[in-house]
Ligand binder design. Structure first.
Ligand code: ADP
Ligand code: MG
Ligand code: MG
Length: 903
């Protein structure tokens, strides 16, 4: 009976209460309570000091929009009841003059989202309750300071009065009455300013500032829900693929006061250093301040720890020194939170008369360097497993760690120093606006974005910049936080900089720099140098090496590198490549001295002419291979036979044509005719790959000879077996493969006879055409079929989509704007289309030859999502550019661990 009645009357539960030691929500309820609300509830459950409050669920946000922007009936009583509960906890009453309860109204969806409504603090103050607050606190100044803050925030955020209106009033007042700092103003002054604020609001809105505290509260709640659809929030969601349907929650929470004098403060902290990952408390605080004063940059915040203060040579005391008890309490809270969340936390707190209150916790954003260090440390501390540590680091960001650093031995001219806000060194031309940064980046120039401070409108420019430099703002300023997230080097708060955006100048002391002048910033030290300072290439060491070693334990997929030169091969080995998956032989000929012989070969009109040119190329190519085999020691090396679209090698300029004509002893006019004859309408689908080799088998003969002779020589030098893997490009028919395999085998026999020892080698083909995928079984069948297949996914993507990579840019931008392509198919493999052909190829190839080795050697080999795909498709290895090798190793490990967790 009771149950029936309940279901008839009951409105759904829309309000979840939390107070220290008890809460109706918890950390798992992020979807319903938003991140902020769920974590406040969780902290309350853990018994941490959280001011009591309640969360109105994200469901209500949905209802608000369904009901034409009005709140559902039935919410009112739930809110009233929750308010009463907070009152009981705090011993105060909302709207009471004797003992007023003040609250903060805070937004918070599932994902943290700048662009949503700002928090409103001190709500519940009016002309009457402010006297109660003054009386109870015994501090008039505090009460009126809080009231003016409230009017200002509410006026701006809920009533839509521009914040500059309030700032102008305050600045005018200070100027007229000879004050410099807000802290110099007493209760009397604030009362006068409050009167001016209220008058301004009435002028601007036509209505007096609301004195009814209930009206204030509902106005604020409505404004939070309303802000879910404001332009900034909508744009942010679109950029970050956050669905509109998620909605935001609203948190209403009892106020605690950091502005109650010198034993009160407000601050932000990370439980570990978000820049380096070192296990030390990191953050800032301001004495006698409230809310966002810390991030707003009005006063300079002080560091939390004594160590950080000493390092910054800050004359002001740290929290550790100034309020040791509160600091110790924070330390123990941070430990509790890390144990619970098993991760580094980003925290907001307030100290009221020496007592610590927790206002927010969430997993902290960090640089990749810090992510690696923190993951390794947490595993060492036994808080997470090694496999979890491997999963904690975003492989895409790994390239950040491969950023160059400033060469400490280089001569350099120091311009100024700011804060080391985001590590990595970068050099580039100065730009003063984000639009300019974007424009220059598109023109292929590296730029440093120089601004007084950055704002959310600068995101595109920050993204386009090699580095960011700001004159104002601390380690938690917008520039610092966003740059760290993006992995862009940043120096913030370089206070000596004077930026004149209109004049396009940047001055530091006597130095005056112009837009376009090159500077170098070092985000690890905060130093700014004139000109382009020489840099050092990074190495795999320390925590990075440990994490990668753990990744290798979990990894199934092999990782090789695409390397054409000894330099690439050395880099590949330094980054842990397990072989070369693609050595492009034509790239060995772009060298100025070598290209002439190559052009001779291509332009020759007779076989003899070609053989003469090839004879010049043979020793050069052989020497290159010897060096590669030696560097790679016993690791496998896959060499692809010549595969250029011919036009890449044809001489174009008059000077080049004359040089080739002279070498071939051919009249220039005749050569020009030959060049015209070789021109193709569609070179990518023309005389290249196996087609070129079938037409001119002497090229294949020469290359096979160079490879085998090099292998014999390298075997001697290494005292080990070198077994080259020779790969025939652009094959669609078994017959093509057989013709060229025949040429190679007969060269091998000849050389084997010459050297008195049979050669060991593997023959395979590159899969770049849809027909090759379908006919993979035919290509591999039998002892004379291909020993290995390597998917050339760049060309395969071109041929499957019928889209030229070189002409794709304008198409891609139109297509991604319309959502036709979710991702650039040349960056991340089209798993459904191209991927289906790949899967078919692997399956049919292995069916015909179970021992078949299968690899991929396109750009996709270094893309984490594609690597996961190749893992799932049963590849033996991926091959990518040397700098992507660590990315691929980590991505391959993550794919293996995730697959294991799923099964
Ligand atoms: P954001 O999501 O922008 O960080 P918050 O809701 O966390 O917004 O609020 C911003 C700041 O306002 C907090 O860091 C804190 O300093 C202050 N604040 C929030 N809630 C309270 C509260 N209950 N008492 C005192 N200050 C608060
Ligand atoms: Mg904030
Ligand atoms: Mg916050």
């Amino acid at each position: 009976m009771a149950a029936v009645e309940l279901s008839r009357d009951a409105t759904p539960k829309w309000v979840y209460v939390f107070a220290a030691g008890k809460a109706e929500g918890n950390a798992a309820m992020i979807d319903l309570l938003g991140g902020k609300g769920a974590n406040l509830a969780e902290m309350a459950c853990l018994g941490l000091p959280v001011p009591p409050g309640f969360t109105i669920t994200t469901e209500v946000c949905g209802l608000y929009y369904e009901n034409g922007k009005s709140l559902p009936e039935g919410l009112g009583p739930q809110v009233d009841q929750a308010l009463e509960l907070i009152g009981n906890e705090t011993g105060a009453v909302f709207g009471s003059e004797e003992n007023p309860l003040l609250v903060a109204v805070r937004s918070g969806g599932r994902a943290s989202m700048p662009g949503m409504m700002d928090t409103i603090l001190n709500l519940g103050l009016n002309d009457r309750t402010v006297t109660g607050l003054a009386r109870n606190s015994g501090d008039d100044r505090f009460a009126y300071d809080s009231y003016r803050r409230f009017i200002q925030m509410y006026g701006d955020v809920v009533l839509g009065v521009d914040h500059t209106v309030f700032e102008d009033i305050l600045d005018n007042y200070k100027n007229l009455n000879g004050f410099s700092y807000d802290t110099e103003l007493g209760a009397k002054e604030w009362q006068k300013i409050i009167a001016l604020y209220k008058k301004a609001i009435e002028n601007e809105t036509g209505k007096p500032f609301p004195q009814d505290t209930s009206e204030q509260l509902w106005g604020a709640i409505g404004a939070v829900f309303g802000s879910w659809q404001n332009a900034r929030a909508v744009t942010y969601r679109r950029l970050h693929a956050i669905p509109d349907s998620w909605g935001t929650a609203v948190n209403v929470q009892a106020m605690v006061f950091g502005n109650m004098g010198n034993t009160s403060a407000t601050g932000v902290a990370f439980t570990r250093n978000p820049s380096t990952g070192v296990n030390e408390i990191y953050g800032e605080y301001l004495v006698n301040a409230q809310g966002e004063d810390v991030v707003a940059g009005i006063r300079t915040p002080q560091p939390l720890t004594a160590k950080a203060r000493r390092e910054a040579e800050d004359p002001n005391p740290s929290l550790e020194e100034e309020m040791p008890e509160a600091f110790a309490q924070l330390e123990s809270i941070f430990a509790t939170l890390e144990q619970r969340y098993r991760d580094m936390q980003d925290i907001e707190f307030t100290i009221q008369n020496g007592k610590v209150w927790m206002l927010q916790t969430r997993s902290g954003k960090r640089t990749t360097e810090a992510a690696v260090r923190i993951a390794v440390d947490l595993a060492e501390e036994g808080i997470i497993t090694r496999e979890e540590a491997v999963l904690r680091v975003d492989p895409g960001g790994f390239t950040q760690l491969l950023h160059p650093t400033i060469d400490s031995d280089a001569d350099k001219e120091l311009l100024t120093t700011g804060l080391p806000a985001s590590p990595g060194a970068a050099a580039g031309g100065i730009v003063f606006t984000s639009d300019e940064a974007e424009k220059q980046k598109q023109q292929g120039r590296d730029v440093i974005l120089v601004r007084t401070e950055t704002s959310p409108e600068d995101i595109h420019g920050m993204h386009a910049s090699a580095g960011i430099l700001t004159a104002r703002g601390g380690m938690t300023s917008h520039a610092a936080v966003v740059a760290r997230g993006m992995g862009v080097p940043c120096v913030s708060g370089a206070g000596a900089l004077r930026i004149n955006e209109k004049a396009g100048t940047l001055s530091v002391g006597k130095n005056v720099l112009q837009a376009g002048d090159v500077i170098t910033i070092d985000g690890a030290t905060g130093r700014v140098y004139a000109g382009a300072v020489p840099m050092r290439q990074p190495q795999l060491s320390g925590d990075f090496a440990r994490l990668i070693a753990w990744a290798d334990e979990a990894r199934v997929l092999g990782v090789r590198a695409n390397a054409d030169t000894p330099k690439d091969a050395k880099q590949a080995r330094a980054f842990g490549a397990q072989g070369i998956g693609l050595c492009r032989t034509e790239h060995m000929f772009f060298d100025a001295e070598r290209i002439l012989a190559m052009r001779e070969m291509i332009c020759a009109t007779t076989e003899d002419g070609r053989r003469a040119a090839l004879a010049k190329i043979l020793p050069v190519q052989r020497a290159d291979f010897i060096e590669l085999f030696e560097i790679m020691d016993e690791l496998p090396v896959t060499i692809r036979l010549l595969d250029p679209p011919l036009h890449e090698f044809l001489p174009r300029e008059e000077r080049e044509i004359e040089a080739v004509a002279a070498a071939l002893a051919m009249p220039t006019e005749k050569l020009k005719a030959r060049i015209a004859e070789l021109a193709e309408f569609n070179p990518m689908l023309g005389m290249r790959g196996s087609r070129l080799a079938i037409r001119y088998p002497e090229i294949t003969e020469m290359q096979a000879r160079a490879i085998f002779e090099a292998a014999i020589e390298a075997e001697k030098r290494l005292g080990a077996v070198v077994e080259p893997e020779i790969m025939i490009p652009l094959v669609a028919y078994r017959h093509e493969f057989d013709i060229l395999a025949g040429v190679i085998r007969s060269v091998a026999e000849t050389i084997g006879r010459e050297s008195g020892k049979p050669l060991s080698y593997k023959l395979g083909t590159m899969i770049e055409l849809p027909r090759a995928c379908l006919k993979a079984g035919e290509l591999t069948a039998g002892d004379h079929g291909a020993d290995f297949l390597s998917f050339g996914t760049n060309d395969l993507t071109q041929t499957v989509l019928g889209l030229s990579r070189d002409d794709a840019a304008p198409i891609l931008s139109a297509y991604s704007a319309q959502g036709v392509y979710e991702e650039d198919p040349f960056v991340s493999i089209d798993q459904e289309g191209v991927g289906e052909l790949v899967r078919i190829g692997v399956e049919r190839g292995r069916e015909a030859k179970p021992a078949l080795k299968v690899g991929i050697c396109g750009e996709h080999g270094g893309d984490p999502a594609s690597v996961a795909f190749f893992h799932a498709a049963g590849f033996d290895y991926v091959s990518c550019s040397p700098f992507r090798v660590p990315v691929a190793r980590l991505a391959a490990a993550q794919a293996a661990i995730r697959a294991k967790l799923k099964s």
